[in-house]
Structure formats: structure tokens, C-alpha cells
Design a protein around this ligand. Structure first.
Ligand SMILES: Nc1ncnc2c1ncn2[C@@H]1O[C@H](COP(=O)(O)OP(=O)(O)OP(=O)(O)O)[C@@H](O)[C@H]1O
Length: 596
């Protein structure tokens, strides 16, 4: 046997009025919406019918209540029972239960939001020539209906909704508060709304074009709007138009970098009524550098009207708005590259994140973003034109260390150590197969440094022997090469791969047996060591090579080793610090001894 659900009316009213909405202020929106929908409905049959909504605050009514009068279609007694007293019943859906396009409402619960601020809702309504009906609803789910006595019969069709405020909610009904909320939610409505006699609607969207308004004046007006609503003077304003979603609006480009992790909230109107000031997910995630204000006829609200319903139309809107922003960026590159460069200097992180998966954005960066290189700041396009292979180093420290040496060997290098850069450079062949990219490793650079001739090799052999003996305990391989700049005595070379194995080896030596065995399995068979390359063109190194005094050579080698570590921004291990102390104190001792 089948049963129907029972409903606890008080629980449902409480749920729908108190727990669906984030703030009581939405009651003004729901009342305006019902009034506007009623006028729309009346105008379907009678396009010339008056369209006015008048709100009277307690200051005007004088009895502590708030009243909303409209010149809409009104309700018959039967409709009152059917629509006002049945939760979830709405006149704004078609026979199949779909929302009718011309109306703002659809769920049949909006009026209940008035219980957020009121104990009692009274409706006096007249439809056509039918008698005026009075309905009173209470927060506990009871309601009363009666035909109005003659002295309260309405002279013309329309509806008045009266709210009797709850004790602690009177402030929500104050004239200024209601006017402010009516302006916030309804200023764009095409129907005249007055609060205590003052008009609150203009019917104009911020992006409208006044006849005779110049482009500069419109831009100044939009700038003021962005300041007022979003709190910043926009870097640029992008007009948005997605006909398939009945969407119009503008995107304001932030003048300062936004935190990619922060909430990106937009102001969204549905059929000219503000849905929410903080809608997320309207744009693709990467578009964190704009704030939008849009009006749409096709997107669907959730029942609380505080978010957009995730559906295919929203997906398409997201895609179209993303395309509009990308179009703006590429157009800026064509028409005003300097402005694009300024934009990129602020928002490069966002664009780089986008370029990881978007060829067009990668092309834009390739053409216009100036990377740090060891031959000065330069776009990748220029770099490629000048040097062919786009050689880069994926670590800032390594770049700092190798850049001057590479420059002296005429090797041009890009610093790709900042976030996303290395991945973007590796992706360059995706946008142009003729672009070669290559990571410069420390090992490859060492290969470029000129070896000594056989006689030179022989001459430095005693030095090498002493240097190797001094540095072997520190796990460093020693070489002598001749390279520029001659002012650099020694170069410490450690690429990331080797660094990893050096770390693992160190960990293995310091760990207990179990860990040592695990770490050992990673380093097995690898003998990579960092290299210390002495520069035979450096006068001090030449001198050290020719000194017969082994103790002095050892002290000099240790000192030069630690200096090379510091130049390469390498951390000093205890053994390195010990070598530094030994060298410094030893050399001082020798100098003092000689001075005596
Ligand atoms: N001012 C009014 N004039 C005429 N009819 C009204 C008025 N206010 C409410 N109604 C009727 O009461 C019904 C229920 O209103 P309610 O605000 O609860 O829901 P809705 O507007 O249909 O949908 P939503 O929950 O999406 O707002 C409406 O569908 C409408 O038929």
C-alpha cells in the first residue's frame, strides 16, 4: 500500500524562510520580484496597463507596517487559495512545470522569505473585476482568507502586501534600509519603483550607451561605477555580449595583481534584478584578473537566488566569456603592445597559468613578455631570432651562478627559474615546431670550458693532486680549465640532478640502517659529484698553481672552494664551514708569520 509524505508545516516554513537565504535583506528582492512579475503578467493581455510599484515604510504607513503596492494582475479568491497558500505552487511555471521565460520567479517559495522579518504577511488583491480578496499568513503556517469589506475594496486591480514586523526585525523595514535594498536589487528594473516617494529604479544598466555620450565619457562613467562597486579604478573595461545566454555586461580589469587563490566574485543580474554581488564560477578559473557585472536572461538561479545553477548554458557562458577575455588580450597585443606589457607586468602569473594549456596565450607571452636573460631582458621571440636555440636554466640560483660564465663563453641563457617558466619554455615547440629549446646543465657548461693544452695540464698536475686531496673528503671533483671572465677564480657546478643524488648520498650517510638501505637504492651506481672548476686565466689561481708550498695551496684551495659555494648561493654544510675556518685562520696565521 502506498502512502504520501506528511509535512510538518511549521518546519517547512521555518526551513524555507530562515535557512534558505544568507541574509534577511532578500525579502525586499522577493517582494519587488512578485510586484514586477504581476505587472508583466497583466501587460501580457493589456500592454498599456499601468506599471508602478510603491513601497511605504513604517514612517509613511504610521502603523509600524511596511506596504508594497503594485498595479499588477492581482489574484482571484481561488488563486489566493491555490497560489499563496500552497507552498511551492507558482503561477510562473507552464503546464509542464518549466519556468516561464518572461517571469523572474519560478519556485513558489519567495513570499515565505518575508517571514525572515515579519510575523504576519497580509495580502489585499484584486484581479480584473473580481472582488478584493484579503489573505493573512502567519509564520506558524496558518492562514485566513476573506472577501474584503466594502470600505477596504480596491478601486482598481492590483495587490498590496503588508508586513507586520517581528519584534527584533523592525530595522529591516526602515525607510532608508528598504530604499537602499530596493536600489541594490532593483535599480536596473524597467518598471518604476518608488520607496516613500523616491524613485529607486533607473532601468539603465551600467554598460548602456547614452545617445550622444562620447566613448571617453562612457569610460569615465564605467570607471566611477567600478570604483563604487568593486573599489578599484579599472585598468581596462571589456564589453561582454553572449547572445545565446541573453547576456550583456562588462568586465573590469584589475589594476593590481590579484591573488590567484582569492575568491573571484562577480555581480550578476537575472532579467535586470540583482541575483547576487558575489557569484563565483561565472568565468573560467584563470580569469582572476577581472571582476564582471552582467545581466542574463537564460542562466538559472538556485532556489535561494544566491548562486547560479550549474548547467550546460553556464558552461557555454564560461567558455564565451573566456574567449572574450582572450580576444581582448590578443587585440591589445596587436593594437597597443606597450599597454599589454603593462598588463603583463601586473598579471603575468595569471596569463602564464593560462598559457600552460592555451597555445594562443603562450604565443602572446612568447611575443610580448620580457624574460630575464644573461644578455638583458628580452622577449622569447627576440631571443629566438638572435640566438636560435632557446637555452634556459630552470632554477634562479643556478641561473645567477652560471649566467656570467655562460655570457663570457657567448652562451645566451634565459632564466626560467620562476613559477611556470620552465614548463612554458618546454612547451614552445607546441606553438612553433621550428623553435628549439634546451636546458643548460652545469655539466654541459663545464664541457664548454676550454681544457688546458698537454703542457699546461702537466704544469698544473701537482696543484691538482693537492687540491683533490683537500676537497675529496668534501665530496667535490676538481678540474682546471681556462675560461672567461678571468676575474672568477673558481666555479662550483652542481645541476639539479646531481644535487638530488648528493642530497640522497648525504642522507644515506647520516641515516640509520633501514633508511640508509632505502636511500642507497636510489643512489646505487651513480657517482655524480659537484665540480669545482679552477680558472687558469685567473691570476690568483695561476699563482696558486705555481706555488710549491703544499700547505699554502691546501689553504688557498679550501678558501676558493667556499667562496665558489657562496657565489653559487649554495648552503654551507658543517664540513664546508670547517674548511672555511681552517683556510681563513691558516692564511691569517701565514700572513702574520710573514709580517713578523
Ligand atoms: N504581488 C503579487 N501579485 C500577484 N500575484 C502574486 C503577488 N505575489 C505573489 N503572487 C502569487 O503568489 C505566487 C507565489 O509567490 P512566491 O513569491 O512565493 O513564488 P514565485 O514568485 O512564484 O517564485 P519564487 O519562489 O521563484 O519567487 C506567485 O507565483 C504569484 O502567482
Amino acid at each position: 500500500m502506498g502512502y504520501s509524505f506528511n509535512v510538518d508545516l511549521r518546519g517547512i516554513v521555518d526551513l524555507l524562510s530562515h535557512h534558505l537565504y544568507a541574509s534577511p535583506r532578500v525579502y525586499v528582492r522577493e517582494l519587488l520580484q512578485n510586484a514586477v512579475d504581476a505587472i508583466t503578467a497583466r501587460r501580457v493581455a493589456d500592454p498599456g496597463a499601468p506599471g508602478q510599484v510603491l513601497v511605504e515604510s513604517p514612517a509613511v504607513t504610521g502603523d509600524g507596517t511596511l506596504r508594497v503596492h503594485d498595479t499588477g494582475i492581482g489574484l482571484t479568491e481561488q488563486q489566493v487559495h491555490d497560489l499563496l497558500a500552497t507552498i511551492g505552487r507558482s503561477s510562473k511555471r507552464d503546464d509542464l512545470g518549466f519556468a516561464r521565460h518572461e517571469f523572474l520567479g519560478q519556485f513558489g517559495i519567495g513570499l515565505l522569505s518575508c517571514f525572515l522579518v515579519a510575523d504576519e504577511i497580509r495580502v489585499s488583491t484584486r484581479c480584473g473585476d473580481a472582488p478584493t480578496v484579503e489573505w493573512t499568513g502567519y509564520a506558524d503556517g496558518r492562514y485566513e482568507v476573506a472577501i474584503a469589506p466594502v470600505d477596504r475594496a480596491r478601486p482598481v486591480p492590483g495587490t498590496t502586501v503588508t508586513l507586520v514586523p517581528r519584534r527584533d526585525a523592525e530595522h529591516w523595514l526602515r525607510g532608508e534600509t528598504v530604499a537602499e535594498l530596493a536600489r541594490l536589487f532593483g535599480s536596473m528594473l524597467p518598471i518604476a519603483v518608488r520607496v516613500d516617494g523616491q524613485p529607486v529604479t533607473t532601468g539603465l544598466a551600467p554598460w548602456h550607451r547614452d545617445a550622444g555620450e562620447s566613448a571617453t565619457a562612457r569610460r569615465a562613467r564605467l570607471d566611477r561605477y567600478a570604483e563604487e562597486v568593486f573599489g578599484f579604478p579599472p585598468f581596462d573595461v571589456i564589453d561582454l555580449d553572449v547572445p545565446a545566454a541573453g547576456l550583456r555586461g562588462v568586465a573590469f580589469v584589475l589594476p593590481v595583481a590579484a591573488n590567484p587563490a582569492s575568491r573571484v566574485a562577480h555581480r550578476v543580474y537575472l532579467k535586470q534584478m540583482l541575483l547576487s554581488e558575489s557569484i563565483e564560477g561565472l568565468l573560467p578559473e584563470w580569469a582572476f584578473f577581472v571582476r564582471c557585472v552582467v545581466d542574463t536572461t537564460e542562466l538559472r538561479p538556485t532556489a535561494s537566488r544566491e548562486a547560479l545553477y550549474e548547467d550546460d548554458v553556464l558552461d557555454e557562458v564560461r567558455e564565451s566569456l573566456g574567449a572574450a577575455l582572450r580576444g581582448w588580450l590578443t587585440a591589445l597585443g596587436r593594437t597597443d603592445p606597450r599597454r599589454l606589457a603593462t598588463f603583463l607586468s601586473v598579471h603575468h602569473l595569471g596569463v602564464k597559468a593560462l598559457a600552460l594549456h592555451d597555445d594562443e596565450m603562450l604565443r602572446l607571452l612568447y611575443q610580448w613578455w620580457r624574460f630575464e636573460t644573461n644578455v638583458g631582458p628580452m622577449t622569447l621571440a627576440d631571443f629566438h631570432d638572435r640566438y636560435g636555440v632557446v637555452r634556459f636554466i630552470p632554477s634562479v640560483d643556478e641561473f645567477r651562478q652560471l649566467a656570467p660564465v655562460a655570457a663570457a663563453q657567448s652562451i645566451a641563457l634565459v632564466n626560467a627559474g620562476y613559477v611556470y617558466d620552465a614548463e612554458l619554455l618546454r612547451r614552445l615547440p607546441d606553438i612553433d615546431a621550428t623553435i628549439d629549446t634546451e636546458v643548460l646543465t652545469a655539466g654541459a657548461l663545464a664541457m664548454q670550458l676550454e681544457p688546458l693544452d698537454p703542457a699546461g695540464e702537466q704544469a698544473v698536475a701537482p696543484f691538482l693532486r693537492v687540491a683533490r686531496r683537500a676537497l675529496e673528503p668534501l665530496g667535490v671533483e676538481v678540474l682546471v680549465r681556462a675560461f672567461e671572465p678571468a676575474s672568477l677564480p673558481a666555479l662550483y657546478l652542481l645541476d639539479s640532478d646531481t644535487a638530488l643524488h648528493v642530497d640522497l648520498r648525504r642522507g644515506r650517510d647520516e641515516a640509520d640502517d633501514t633508511w640508509a638501505a632505502i636511500l642507497g637504492s636510489f643512489t646505487a651506481g651513480r657517482q655524480d659529484l659537484p665540480q669545482l672548476v679552477f680558472n687558469h686565466r685567473n691570476p690568483l689561481v695561476r699563482q696558486t698553481c705555481s706555488v710549491g708550498d703544499e700547505e699554502l695551496v691546501t689553504l688557498a684551495v679550501e678558501g676558493l672552494y667556499v667562496q665558489a659555494l657562496l657565489l653559487g648561493h649554495q648552503p654551507l654544510r658543517p664540513a664546508d664551514t670547517a674548511a672555511l675556518n681552517q683556510s681563513f685562520l691558516g692564511l691569517l696565521g701565514r700572513a702574520m708569520g710573514e709580517a713578523r
